[in-house]
Write a protein that binds this ligand. Structure first.
Ligand code: FES
Length: 87
């Protein structure tokens, strides 16, 4: 489990081990575009301001993943205790 912080509001949303970051954001009322929910289409791409994503998608290049400034919340998680998202 890890926490997501919404940069614009400071709101902190916990992501339990049995749910996706995308689902936690949707459940919290955020409007995240999505389509495949399998990490292939890129629709849910979200900017990361701080923290380290645990990339599990098949969309970003290895270089893009290594930059740690964006992730795909439908499938990716976090290596750090908190991800701050540019939302
Ligand atoms: Fe397709 Fe996330 S919804 S990559």
């Amino acid at each position: 489990a890890f926490d997501i912080e919404i940069a614009s509001s400071g709101r902190v949303i916990p992501v339990r081990a049995d749910t996706t970051a995308l689902q936690a954001l949707l459940d919290a009322g955020l409007d995240i575009p999505m389509s495949c929910e399998q990490g292939v289409c890129g629709t849910c791409l979200t900017r990361v301001k701080s923290g380290q994503p645990d990339h599990r998608d098949h969309y970003l290049t290895p270089e893009e993943q290594a930059a740690n400034d964006q992730f795909l919340p439908c499938c990716s998680r976090a290596r750090s205790a908190r991800l701050v998202l540019d939302l």
